[in-house]
Design a protein around this ligand. Structure first.
Ligand SMILES: [Zn+2]
Length: 97
């Protein structure tokens, strides 16, 4: 008797899981449709030449956005490059001392 009850509970859980999976599928389809729509308006996104990640307009500075799409770098990569540039001399100095 106990096992039968357990089976019933398991079946219920299974149904709930199936429903959840279906909902997730629907959500993903909606997300995909939204992404496709976004991609259609090509100017909204751009691939960073440094990290190769496609990012939105606000991830690029005005200056970078004006550049050729294949040559523009996102703000994060730009910042990283700047950090590298400013940190090299100090490392160099401490090394010499
Ligand atoms: Zn980047």
């Amino acid at each position: 008797m106990r096992t039968a009850r357990k089976a019933k509970v398991a079946k219920k859980a299974e149904a709930a899981a199936a429903k959840k999976a279906e909902e997730a599928k629907k959500a993903e389809a909606a997300k995909k449709a939204a992404e496709a729509k976004k991609a259609a308006s090509a100017s909204a996104n751009r691939k960073c030449s440094q990290c190769k990640v496609t990012q939105e307009r606000q991830s690029f500075s005005k200056k970078q956005w004006k550049k050729d799409p294949s040559a523009s770098t996102c703000i994060v990569c730009q910042q990283n490059r700047e950090d590298l540039r400013t940190s090299v001399p100090s490392i160099f100095l401490s090394y010499r001392m």
